[in-house]
Ligand binder design. Structure first.
Ligand code: ADP
Ligand code: MG
Length: 276
């Protein structure tokens, strides 16, 4: 699935293909070890474009580590991940007739990471910037978008998450749910093709969970490709195209959202009986 370097023609073909039948994410035999701690032990996962995958699993099962590998916040120990058909983190180079895997440089990794938006459990907004300034930050300073254009686009993203009327508020003046909606707008401002959510509602008071899940549902309905780690079983049941249950660094069970009501594996049954 690795694309050769090519001109515009190749790139156009590749993106036309990506829009049709190339998985948005394809993880193959993914392992991750931190020193002697073997955290991921051969994860295979395919996420089709425009679909929502919900990853469930107990604390410590490796869910965050898997998302962080996809976003290249960690380096993979073994196996491979492709985003829209492109291998991440490495490229094949021909060295004296031999095919060798070479680590990508920071610029190349930056280009790949730009395909992804990530939302974390903690909102991570800049405290001394308004909601609008938070959303404009990366477009202006990373993508070098002219300020006026970035401001207009940021307002549109705030509108999308229902926060346009709070554009000039500082994070501390916003509820946790509102801050998380701004964090989603901030991720969307870079026009990612895939959104990763790592327990986006776990730090919220219960009455604020719904507004964030509502925004995520709207995104899913609009066709965004999403991988969501969450304990919100209702969201998984209603929104997920694919449910993946991880435990101990392996995928124990996967299927459509119907597996939530008919889990086959005892470990998944136990997990569900504890969270439901
Ligand atoms: P989950 O998100 O499912 O709760 P994590 O991916 O956060 O699980 O963690 C899986 C395991 O990997 C845990 O035992 C955790 O302590 C360990 N781990 C995660 N990140 C690191 C790290 N940077 N260094 C060492 N161990 C880590
Ligand atoms: Mg986690």
């Amino acid at each position: 699935g690795v694309q050769p370097d090519g001109g515009a023609g190749t790139a156009t073909q590749a993106s036309a293909k990506a829009a049709s039948d190339v998985p948005a994410v394809k993880a193959t035999g993914v392992h991750k070890a931190f020193g002697g701690l073997h955290v991921l032990k051969g994860i295979d996962m395919t996420v089709e474009p425009g679909t929502v995958t919900v990853i469930l699993g107990p604390s410590g099962s490796g869910k965050s580590t898997f998302l962080r590998l996809i976003n290249q916040l960690e380096t993979i120990t073994a196996g491979s991940i492709e985003i829209n058909g492109e291998l991440i983190g490495f490229k094949h180079v021909n060295k004296g007739g031999r095919d060798v895997l070479q680590t990508l440089n920071d610029r190349e990794i930056g280009r790949q990471r730009a395909e992804l938006g990530m939302v974390f459990q903690r909102f991570n907004l800049f405290p001394h910037r308004t909601a609008l300034q938070n959303v404009m930050e990366a477009p202006v300073h990373v993508a070098k978008t002219p300020k006026a254009k970035a401001r207009a686009e940021a307002m549109a993203q705030l509108e999308r998450v229902g926060m346009a009327d709070r554009a000039n508020y500082y994070p501390m003046q916003l509820s946790g749910g509102q801050q998380q909606r701004v964090a989603i707008a901030r991720a969307l401002a870079m026009h990612p093709k895939i959104m990763l959510f790592d327990e986006p509602t776990s730090a919220l008071d219960p009455e604020l969970v719904g507004e964030v899940l509502g925004v995520m549902r709207t995104l899913a309905d609009a066709g965004m490709t999403m991988i969501v780690v969450t304990h919100e079983i209702g969201f998984a049941r209603e929104v997920a195209d694919q449910v993946v249950f991880m435990d101990g660094g392996v995928v124990v069970e996967r299927g459509s959202s119907s597996i939530i009501d008919h889990p086959a594996e005892p470990r998944f049954q136990d997990f569900l009986s504890n969270v439901l």
